[in-house]
Design a protein. Structure first.
Length: 151
């Protein structure tokens, strides 16, 4: 495998994770707002500063979904700041899950899934920065340039 192929594979994987997280967070936030918590009992918020699911829904929609969506758009538009925003989105997801599990005092399959996607985002950003040995460092501009044949 060539370094360029590996870089493209990592880039596409990061994009897939960001799209998945963005769609999940935005749809989850919207559904929580319109259903009053997706059928979850209000007692789940007993140890939180929130009297209802409106606050968590807005945070999920705007902060988590917003950073994931921003990272996705920046990647698709080949903006150099996509690495920064992908890392911010990954950290935001990890922090969200950690706070959520502390508030609800439980950890399930969904928390494990989304915690893992946050970790994956950070690991993929590190890979694209050339910090891992198996992915040779390639200039960011070269990585983002469209692959075209040269005469």
């Amino acid at each position: 495998m060539t370094p360029h192929y590996l870089s493209q594979l990592v880039w596409r994987t990061l994009l897939g994770v960001a799209i998945f997280n963005a769609l999940s967070a935005v749809s989850g936030g919207v559904l929580m707002l319109f259903t009053g918590g997706l059928g979850m009992p209000l007692s789940m918020l007993e140890n939180s500063p929130f009297p209802s699911f409106v606050g968590p829904a807005i945070i999920l929609l705007v902060v988590i979904g917003g950073t994931q969506a921003l990272a996705t758009v920046l990647m698709v538009r080949s903006r150099p700041t996509f690495l920064l925003w992908s890392a911010v989105a990954g950290f935001a997801m990890i922090i969200w899950i950690m706070i959520e599990t502390a508030i609800i005092r439980g950890f399930g399959v969904l928390q494990a899934l989304y915690f893992s996607t946050g970790i994956a985002q950070l690991a993929l950003v590190l890979a694209l920065l050339g910090i891992v040995a198996w992915l040779p460092r390639v200039q960011l501009a070269e990585r983002l340039a469209p692959t075209t044949s040269r005469p």
